[in-house]
Design a protein around this ligand. Structure first.
Ligand SMILES: Nc1ncnc2c1ncn2[C@@H]1O[C@H](COP(=O)(O)OP(=O)(O)OP(=O)(O)O)[C@@H](O)[C@H]1O
Length: 213
């Protein structure tokens, strides 16, 4: 699914993350690591938001550096602490992303209703609470037909009922579309909701696949 080739991300002279050669097979992955270990750096690099040395290949064919447009259409990302233009409504944000990601007809409305966002989706984003904002950013990450969805700290801020809906979206998307997920969390994922999730560990400025016990 994802292949790292001589990947290196530095902030100035600080070597934040280095992955010489690593393949991540399709699946659902929980990325663990202490504060400052490089989890967000990893997700932002895979999302194409940060520049870095080396390359990342999707499905052994699409390079983030050589085919950035094709790559980004297939890799969606929800930030840990999303910030959107305050004057746009949630629905306007969703329309923008749906166009960019080539979302199938009806997908936007189905997701809005499924996450119970109808009552506020036509209000400006500046009036949203942090949980409402988080749900909007999660919804945006599910638009289109992505091969990979990257979720940075998706479990924070949202209430228990919404979390259950998010787990349902993930399980369904993975089962029906084969979408892979990489998500960071300081809390363990619910093993009943995502029984097949594997672990990736970020430590010592690199990324390692953990063998599940
Ligand atoms: N824009 C930046 N400029 C300089 N250093 C940065 C920048 N962003 C991150 N870093 C550094 O890179 C390292 C990794 O940060 P990152 O945010 O990826 O960690 P994280 O594992 O996501 O942390 P947390 O669990 O606290 O969210 C840290 O040492 C951090 O100080």
């Amino acid at each position: 699914m994802l292949h790292f080739q001589k990947f290196e991300k530095r902030y100035g002279s600080f070597p934040a993350l280095k992955i010489d050669e690593l393949t991540i097979e399709p699946g659902i992955y929980w990325i663990r690591g202490v504060n400052g270990s490089g989890k967000s750096t990893l997700l932002k690099s895979i999302a194409g938001i940060l520049s870095f040395k080396g390359d990342i290949l999707l499905n052994n064919s699409i390079s983030i550096t050589k085919q950035p447009v094709a790559y980004r259409k297939l890799v969606n990302f929800a930030e840990a602490e999303p910030l959107f233009p305050e004057f746009l409504t949630g629905r306007e944000m969703i329309s923008l992303f749906a166009d960019a990601k080539g979302a199938p007809a009806g997908q936007e409305q189905q997701l809005i209703e499924s996450m119970y966002m109808t009552s506020y989706i036509d209000g400006p984003v500046g009036s949203y609470s942090s949980g409402m904002m988080k749900k909007l950013s999660l919804l945006l990450a599910f638009l289109g037909k992505p091969d990979i969805i990257l979720l940075d700290e998706p479990l924070i801020t949202i209430d228990t009922a919404s979390l259950k809906i998010l787990y349902g979206w993930m399980a369904e998307q993975h089962a029906q579309q084969g979408t892979s997920f990489l998500l960071t969390s300081h809390q363990p994922l619910d093993p009943e909701e995502l029984p097949n999730a594997k672990e990736l560990l970020v430590e010592n400025q690199t990324l390692n696949l953990q063998e599940n016990e």
